[in-house]
Structures are given as C-alpha cells and as structure tokens.
Design a protein around this ligand. Structure first.
Ligand code: GAP
Length: 463
C-alpha cells in the first residue's frame, strides 16, 4: 500500500474542525434546537471520550503517579467572601463598551473598533455607526446566582471563575488528613465559568469550561540541607515549567507548535512573582495562544484567605518547630483548550497514491483516540460478520471498539481515519480458513497479517 503524502494544515482548520466535530459526534453547539447558546458547547459520544482521555492522563501524571500530590474535588459554589479575598470581586473585570444603535457589546481594546469609544469618531465594528459607542466601563466576568429561596443581595453567590480557590481554602484539610509534608501539591479538575465579553474560536474561549489545576506548596525559607531534589521556590517553579511542557509533548503536540511565553512586568498579576504561559500554535488568525499558565503566586492566596476568614492557614513543620505560610507554584491548564489543541495538531488532509479521493485524518495519539480499533468483515457473508462480531466483542473488554459492516471497505477505513481511530482490523476469506486477520495502521497505511487471538496484545502494545 502506498504511503500517504501530507498536505500542510489548511488555514481554515478551525472551520473544518467545527464541521467535522458536529458531523462525527465530537462537539455540538449547546441548545442547538433553540438557536444555540453563545459560546457554550456540548461534547458528543466521541468528544467526551477524547476529553476524558486528556483529563485521565493529567490526573494519572499528577496525582496517581506521584506521592507528593493529593487529589480534590471542591464544590463550584463557594462562600462569597472567597471571591472578595481572592480579588475577583474587585478586580476580575474587563473594560467594555456598548453600541447605543445595535446594542452589541465589545471589549474596549477590541482591535476592530476604529476611533475612540465615547467620542464622535468611535465607530461600532458591528453596525458601522459613528459616535454610538459608550465610554469604557468595567464589567465583572463572574456569573452571579442566588443561594436559597430569597433573591436579594445577601443571597448572591458566584459560579467559580477558577478552581484554584477550592484548593486554597482546603489547604489544611488536605495537609492534615493526609499528613503530607511541604513541599507537596493539591490537584483538581472541574468546571469554571467566566462571562467572557468576546468568547469564540470554537472551544478556545467559552463561558463554561473545565480546568485542570494544581497548586504546589513550598517552603519560603528551606533549610540548606533539605533533601528534596529541588529546594527553593524558584527551583520548583523551573521544575514545574519543564514538567508541564513535557506533558504537552507527550500528548503528541508537535514540538514546533509549542513555546513558552514569559509574562512581562506589565502582564504579571500584581501578586505574581513569575509566570510563563505554555502556548500552542492554533494556526490561521489565532496563531500562538496560551493553553496553560505556570504561575508563582507567592503567599498571596493563603495570606488573603487567612486575613478574610480570620483562620490561620499556616503549615507546621514539626521536626523544625517552625510555622509558616507556604509559597504556591500553580499549574493551570484548560481541558477544552487542550482538546482543541489536540484536534488542530492532529487534523490533516492527504492524497493517497493510486486513489482518487483524498482522506481526512485526525492523527491523534493512540492513547487519546476515542476509538482504539475498528473491526470490519470484508463482506457480509461466508461467516465473516460472525467472526468479526465475536472478535469485536472480545476486544471491547479491553478498549473502545467500533464494529462496522456497512459500505465499501475503503469508505469504512476513511470513516475511522476521520475520527482518529489508530488501528483497523479486517476479517476476510483467509480468516475463515486460518484465523488470521489484517491490521492496518492509520498513519502509515501499512497492513500486516496476524493471528486473530493476538490482536488485543498487538493493539495494547501500541497504545
Ligand atoms: N487559576 C489560574 C487561572 O485560572 P488562567 O490563565 O485565567 O489562570 C488557565 O486560566 C487556563 O484555563 C488557560 O490557560 C486556558 O487553558 C483555560 N481557560 C481560561 N479561560 C478560558 C475560557 N474562557 N475558555 C476556555 N478555557 C479557558
């Protein structure tokens, strides 16, 4: 079989992905039958598997494979004072302008706005009217709701805009219940909500999304003889930067599409001592954008929660008889944005030698692919469907398997290529004689013949 020749990723890859994701059941517009909800998306049968595989890899790498990080699943609704302490009530704002004519809203720094908003030359980028844009005013990005039966200001609670605060307020609960010693971390995966003024680019910036966040607590003044491999806060910061970049490489994201962006003094949050973004090249007009932040948050968060709650959040180092508020190194990555990066990275259109039709492939890392194996009988007769169905059922005990007997074999391969299935198994006339099948590799298109009872082991080795 001739190997495929890859064309470079199309510039409109996001548009193509929106269509592929809907057609093949990865991602749908939320509440579509009602006209859709702005920038909220639902994950279909294949999308939920793909995102879950990404989240599982994160959880395994950070929580299960290490003895110095504990897991947590804190509630979305928290005491409103949490958001005063964290600075979100006062400072989690974007400047916004309204158009009096078309009623649309924009971020004040939207590059599509011509002239100065609030003056006669400010021009609305949607309706084109001049002088109709308001002065910028600050808009808080937190969603508000009410707790209990009374809808008044005393009952206001927020949907969390980040998961991190659930970790800070549980710092001592986790540390004391697990008897962890600093340095150690707490990790959690969960939903976060931001009333973004300009969401968009599919699942890149949405109003409801999932974060995978880890806060690592370190000693602000570690003794010289401390035996952990890394000692100071900055050594841990460097360690986490590298660990997290490697995790993205291990997802299969291309090296050339990944880079660090160091926050400039103007970009740094006022409490942050250092911050790097891990950026991925989404191509097209988006280009390189943040997928993860690695932040040195100092003792800001624990310090503020001590102040606002009146409860001490100090770690007691028993052997040294010292009490202190640890410093925090945070790693914060979006599950949806990583899913988009994986889709963009994997999408390709190819010509296959000797074939008229090109093929669309999602070159997903086999460990992330929602379906691991497609199983097909070559034709629907001579005992082939029965053999193939039995093989699919056996394999399903180990991996997600898709059985397909409809249409020409070439079309069935193409359908699996398009959803990223790394391996396809075909049952043919020879199978019935000698119990061997062909296994086909999605990327190389190479086929080999192996014993049917070895397929499970063959696939397991490759994922
Ligand atoms: N606790 C720190 C924090 O929340 P952030 O840089 O605001 O930091 C971290 O967010 C990550 O969360 C981002 O790198 C991105 O992957 C994801 N994220 C943030 N806002 C998002 C949105 N509106 N839609 C999708 N993902 C988002």
């Amino acid at each position: 079989m001739a190997s495929p020749s890859t064309t470079s990723p199309p510039p409109d890859v996001l548009e193509k992905l929106v269509s592929l994701c809907k057609r093949r059941g990865f991602i749908f517009q939320s509440s579509e039958i009602y006209g859709g909800t702005g920038s909220v998306w639902d994950y279909g049968p294949l999308g939920v598997e793909l995102k879950k595989n990404i989240k599982d890899r994160w959880w395994n790498a950070l929580v299960r494979a290490r003895d110095d990080i504990e897991g947590l699943d804190a509630a979305i609704l928290m005491h409103p004072r949490v958001w005063e302490a964290s600075g979100h009530v006062a400072g989690f704002t974007d400047p916004l302008v309204d158009c009096r004519n078309c009623k649309k809203r924009f971020r004040a720094d939207d590059p599509k706005i011509k002239g100065t908003p609030g003056t006669p030359d400010g021009q609305c980028p949607a309706c084109g009217m001049k002088g109709t844009l308001s002065q910028p005013r600050l808009f808080n990005l937190m969603f508000k709701t009410f707790m209990g039966p009374v809808e008044d200001s005393a009952a206001v609670v927020y949907l969390r805009p980040e998961t991190a605060q659930g970790i800070y307020v549980n710092f001592l609960n986790v540390q004391q219940s697990t008897r962890q010693r600093v340095p150690f971390g707490i990790a959690q995966i969960g939903k976060a909500f931001r009333n973004e003024i300009t969401p968009g680019n599919f699942i890149f910036r949405t109003r409801e999304f999932e974060q995978m966040e880890m806060q690592f607590f370190v000693d602000p003044a570690p003794p010289d003889q401390q035996k952990t491999p890394y000692r100071t806060d900055m050594e841990w910061f460097e360690y986490w930067k590298e660990q997290r970049m490697q995790w993205h490489r291990d997802l299969g994201l291309s090296e050339s599409r990944l880079m660090f962006h160091q926050h400039t003094p103007e970009e740094l949050a006022h409490y942050a001592r250092a911050a790097f973004d891990i950026q991925f090249d989404f191509g097209g007009t988006l280009g390189f954008q943040e997928i993860e932040g690695v932040h040195h948050r100092g003792d800001f968060d624990l310090g503020r929660h001590q102040e606002f709650s009146g409860k001490k959040l100090e770690y007691f180092d028993q052997p040294a008889n010292r009490r202190y508020v640890p410093l925090v190194i945070e790693t914060s990555v979006g599950a949806d944005r990583t899913t988009l990066a994986v889709l963009v990275n994997g999408y390709r259109e190819e010509q296959v030698e000797g074939e008229q039709e090109g093929r669309t492939v999602l070159g997903l890392h086999p460990g992330l692919a929602p379906i691991k194996v497609g199983v097909f009988p070559l034709v629907k007769k001579d005992g082939m469907p029965e053999f193939a169905e039995k093989l699919a059922a056996d394999l399903r005990a180990k991996f997600p398997v898709f059985y397909d007997e409809s249409g020409a074999i070439g079309r069935r391969y193409r359908r699996q290529d398009e959803v990223g299935t790394p391996f396809c198994v075909t049952v043919d006339g020879e199978t019935i004689k000698d119990s061997t099948v062909t296994v086909r590799d999605r990327d190389t298109l190479k086929q080999e013949r192996i014993a049917a009872d070895r397929v499970g082991e063959w696939v397991a080795r490759r994922i």
